[in-house]
Design a protein around this ligand. Structure first.
Ligand code: ADP
Ligand code: MG
Length: 326
């Protein structure tokens, strides 16, 4: 008979290497009041390590949620953070504390906040296509690293992608591995997870989850970063789910005004219903949108002229006189 104490949900990893400290968190850290964010079961606050004077983000996770023991879920989150510590775009885990009721993750502080804020911002604060290209590369670098290690994030959305600084726009940090799963040694993971607007069609139809599930979310994320609009959002959850399962996406000139056709092509390679036909993280990193053609006039690849970037990658050998700004 399975022992409920060691039983875990499919794809969860609970073997961790970080020492869990039982001494009081407040003996080593000062909480400086400011709340950085919160989710359903977690509060994240700024703290200062007394010994170093360094600032961190402390994520306080309740071990009991709705009457259930969720310690294993938290260990899974820690294990995934450990597995990605070599990648600069995944938030770094500094220390872990445990009390009777909580586990506290002491994380690298991403002081620029959620990219969500720039996604919904008006002109002045909104991302330019050039920003999105740089940030998309970083997100894909982090996600490709996770996928190479058979980890799927399963909750990629603007609230879980942070910036090291907001002005000037810094670098990406991927956070919130609470729903992440390891695809190792498991036949299939099928669960209803994630956030309606960012969830892939296979999740809605209860088909197996794979790394391609994250790639769908990156398609939605890129769409939102470029246009400020959420491609599948309907007036109700049902409508949103219908839009997703029908891949009902607006690629009109109106929505993508001033945005290159390569960007649209990139998004279209991700918002594909069949997960096997969706671009992988590695394929995305090689997409021409993120790789201006190598050429002697490197300055000629200004993204302020999106209409000039419709040339297929196969025409590498052709001169690019039409793109020259000089
Ligand atoms: P939840 O699982 O509850 O969604 P998250 O890990 O997403 O928890 O954290 C909730 C929010 O707290 C994030 O959306 C973000 O705004 C903020 N946050 C989380 N981690 C950090 C961090 N390392 N640095 C700065 N802010 C953070
Ligand atoms: Mg979150």
């Amino acid at each position: 008979m399975p022992d409920p104490a060691t039983m875990s949900k499919k794809g969860m990893v609970t073997k961790i290497h970080t020492r869990i400290r039982a001494d009081p968190f407040t003996a080593s850290y000062d909480l400086v009041g400011k709340e950085l964010g919160r989710g359903k079961f977690a509060v994240v606050k700024t703290c200062i390590e007394k010994a170093s004077g360094k600032q961190y983000a402390a994520k306080f996770l309740r071990k009991r949620r709705k009457g259930a023991d969720c310690r294993m879920d938290i260990l899974n989150e820690i294990a995934v953070l450990e597995s990605a510590k070599a990648n600069p775009y995944v938030v770094a885990l500094h220390e872990v504390y445990e009390t009777n009721t909580e586990i506290i993750l002491v994380l690298e502080c991403a002081a620029g906040g959620e990219i969500f804020d720039q996604c919904v911002a008006d002109n002045d604060d909104a991302f330019t296509e050039k920003d999105v290209i740089r940030l998309a590369k970083q997100i894909l670098n982090g996600v490709a690293f996770l996928h190479r290690n058979n980890v799927v994030h399963l909750d990629l959305k603007p609230q879980n992608i942070l910036l090291t600084s907001a002005r000037p726009i810094g670098d990406i940090r991927i956070v919130d591995f609470g729903l992440s799963r390891c695809m190792d040694n498991i036949t299939e993971v099928r669960e209803i997870l994630g956030t309606p607007e960012y969830v892939a069609p296979e999740i809605l139809s209860y088909e197996p989850i794979s790394t391609a599930t994250d790639m769908w979310s990156i398609g939605v994320l890129t769409y939102v970063m470029l246009t400020g609009e959420s491609p599948f959002q309907g007036d109700s959850k049902q409508e949103t789910f219908l839009n997703i399962s029908q891949v009902n996406v607006d690629y009109s000139q109106d929505t993508f005004e001033g945005i290159s056709s390569l960007a649209v092509d990139f998004i279209k390679s991700l918002l594909v219903k069949n997960p096997r036909k969706r671009a992988t993280a590695e394929e995305c990193l090689n997409h021409p949108w993120l790789n201006p053609l190598p050429h002697s006039h490197s300055h000629s690849h200004s993204h302020s002229h999106p209409h000039l970037h419709t040339r297929p990658a196969s025409s590498l050998d052709e001169p690019e006189t039409s793109q020259s700004e000089s």
